[in-house]
Design a protein around this ligand. Structure first.
Ligand code: 1YM
Length: 651
């Protein structure tokens, strides 16, 4: 803990961030944004569409974090029009000197005007994608702004690529006590060609997350689209902040100690909030944020956290004789086994690094987090000796298991690295050695594997049959995982190692295809495999190498015409198209298909549909695995009902 550190919880995040009407730098128009939207938002797919919402919500959050707003309401209308409203000061209603137009028109028509400009201002919530309100306007079919201020309602509407229809005007009166800003927009379908329909769960989950990350701010979400099975109205307000976030993340887990370790503080203009609780699982779940952005690649805040956790736990373990003099220190992994932790920092000038620019780089953050969290963790252990004991026992057990695992793992790694001759015997490898074209099908069951073997193109398609049961890695310590025969053969076949030793450049197949039956058992095996990939081979998922094969559900035949249906809807359509006297076969398993059928329907790149697995949201994936693999039946049932989207395996 450094002596010179100052703790200043009164830090004003907006210290130099006041704008006035003349501050706005006049930049290029919106034409450029419409021409090349990809340069301004992540993409014009569903992800980019949701981005528009976050851009506007961020402005409301900024106003709330500055202390002026307390509630932000987000509404999706039937026609997928978004309305975001806050109860802050209201955007400035004056005229901008440089542009001669209203400040509001300037914010919405001049690139970057609403975000960082003139050097002094910064946005706390944005930063990564903080492209500003003008980009949202540029990519909307139309956009309206209302400001409630001094008893008046100010209004301006933009159309046609972001042009104001009329200058800002007063369109009515409101109660003089009312104040705030409202932005309403409709995403332009000419830009968002894939979809302009917002996903209920995506909106709800992120809004809830923003409420956890910004304690005391009320976030309201209304989904007005008629969807009977979904609740329409949510109100999120968490006075406990990250403490409640960890409670939420751990709700389906068995906690090993009752109280959440919570710490917050500020130093050097950096605000820090950390919450931690251990569960009886073996995997760590550590989520980090900077300025509300999920820094999935970690960075200096995570390093600071890890340093403190290590330092404090080892010191306590030695002092209280959980470690003997001759024992080695507990490693970082030992201290993290079964931990659920959320780390959130707010920084005036974040630097992002890494492949996806989601790794926090500011070096001073390491020291600040380590000092603030370390101090409060130390205090928690001192004040709660019973809970401290449980944590110490967990970490020391982890350490013993780690040593056993190391031995098992070395054996596996040796075989993984040695020559091709040690590839698993049941692997039917392909002849090509060019990983970029090679595919490996992980196939459940012997008869299916037989069909796959005979149907495949052996030049680039390898088959790995799974015989034994796949281990549930969520419920097993590492050394058990590495002893499992099916898992060993996958690791050896893939050739890229696992966990922190993974090197995806050594991956022998750039498509790993999970091919299981389209029934309950099949989906269970698929989830077990995905859990293993997620926990032990995550970069392989992240880099897009994992796929799910989609075998057909039905074969429909009339005379010489044969058609396959992959969904119930398709089957209905085929029925409608082909009329009666149709012979329909329902496939119960892959094994029922002969080699030719399997090739034609599921393996031939010309016809097949492969679903790429992605991990967009680690928190959700993690919940998914802990619930799907856990012992409790009720949460699993509810989760499946609530999260229908997992049917598409977008984990
Ligand atoms: C529904 C979205 O944008 N609220 C909002 C935005 C601003 C202000 C208040 C605001 C900020 C300041 C002074 C300041 C913005 N103002 C600007 C700019 N909600 C939403 N609420 N007065 C009002 O930062 O000093 C940009 S955003 F540039 F005009 F100052």
């Amino acid at each position: 803990m450094s002596e010179e550190m100052e703790f200043n919880t009164e830090y004003d995040m907006r210290a130099k961030a006041t704008y006035d009407d003349s501050d706005i730098q006049v930049l290029d128009g919106l034409e450029a944004v419409r021409k090349r939207p990809g340069m301004y938002i992540a993409s014009t797919s569903e992800k980019g569409l949701h981005h528009l919402v976050w851009e506007i919500v961020d402005n409301g959050i900024d106003e709330a974090m500055a202390g002026y707003a307390s509630t932000i309401t987000i509404t999706v209308d039937k026609d997928n029009v978004i309305t975001v409203r806050d109860d802050g000061r209201g955007m400035p209603v004056g005229v901008n000197e440089k542009t001669g137009k209203s400040t509001i028109e300037t914010i919405f028509t001049v690139l970057h005007a609403g975000g960082k400009f003139g050097g002094g201002a910064y946005k706390v919530s944005g930063g990564l994608h903080g492209v500003g309100a003008s980009v949202v306007n540029a990519l909307s079919e139309w956009l309206e702004v209302r400001v409630f201020h001094d008893g008046k309602i100010y209004y301006v509407r933009f159309e046609n690529g972001g042009h104001a229809v009329k200058p800002l005007e007063v369109i009515g009166e409101c109660d003089p006590s009312e104040h705030g800003s409202e932005v309403r927009f409709k995403a332009d379908p000419a830009i968002f060609t894939e979809t302009t329909v917002y996903d209920h769960d995506t909106l709800r989950d992120r809004i809830r997350q923003l409420a956890f990350l910004n304690k005391g701010i009320r976030l309201i979400f209304n989904d007005e689209r008629a969807e009977e099975e979904k609740k329409q109205h949510y109100e999120f307000l968490f006075e406990g902040g990250l403490k409640q976030y960890v409670e939420f993340l751990n709700k389906n887990r068995t906690k090993i100690h009752p109280d959440i370790i919570y710490s917050e503080g500020a130093a050097d203009n950096i605000e820090v909030e950390v919450a931690v609780q251990y569960n009886d699982g073996y995997n760590p779940n550590v989520y980090t944020f900077c300025n509300n952005i999920n820094t999935v690649e970690g960075g200096t805040h995570e390093e600071g956290f890890r340093l403190a956790l290590n330092r404090v736990i080892n010191a306590y373990a030695r002092e209280n004789k959980f470690l003997k003099e001759k024992d080695d220190n507990l490693t970082s992994d030992d201290c993290k086994e079964g931990i659920t932790a959320v780390i959130s920092v707010k920084h005036p000038d974040p630097q992002y690094e890494g492949q996806t620019k989601t790794k926090l780089g500011n070096t001073e953050v390491r020291r600040v987090v380590s000092s603030i969290f370390g101090k409060q963790l130390e205090r928690f252990l001192m004040e709660n000796p019973d809970q401290a004991k449980l944590i110490m026992e967990k970490a020391t057990l982890a350490s013993q298991a780690r040593m056993a695992a190391k031995k098992a793992r070395e054996a596996t790694r040796k075989s993984a690295l040695s020559s091709i001759s040690s590839l698993p015997g049941k692997l039917m490898d392909c002849s090509s050695k060019d990983a970029s074209v090679c595919e490996i099908y992980i196939v459940e069951g012997n008869s299916a594997a037989g069909s796959a073997k005979n149907g495949r193109d052996s030049h680039y398609q390898a088959i790995l049959p799974l015989r034994g049961k796949i281990l549930n890695v969520e419920k097993a310590r590492q050394h058990r995982v590495f002893e499992n025969a099916e898992i060993r053969s996958m690791i050896t076949a893939f050739g890229c190692g696992v966990l922190d030793e993974i090197d995806t450049s050594k991956l022998r197949y750039h498509k790993i295809v999970i091919m299981t039956d389209a029934d309950v058992d099949g989906s269970h095996i698929r989830i077990l495999l995905l859990t293993f990939f997620y926990r032990y081979l995550r970069p392989v998922i992240e880099q897009g190498y994992v796929y799910i094969a989609q075998p057909p559900l039905y074969k429909a035949q009339k005379g010489n015409t044969v058609r396959y249906a992959y969904t119930e809807e398709q089957m209905n359509q085929i029925r409608a198209e082909m009329g009666d006297r149709l012979s329909i076969q329902r496939y119960k398993g892959l094994g029922e298909m002969d080699a030719e059928q399997l090739w034609e329907t599921t393996m031939d790149p010309k016809n097949r549909t492969l679903i790429r697995v992605n991990v967009d949201d680690a928190e959700l994936a993690d919940q998914y695995f802990s619930i799907m693999m856990g012992e409790e039946v009720e949460p699993r049932k509810n989760f499946i009902i609530e999260n229908g989207r997992f049917a598409t395996l977008d984990i």
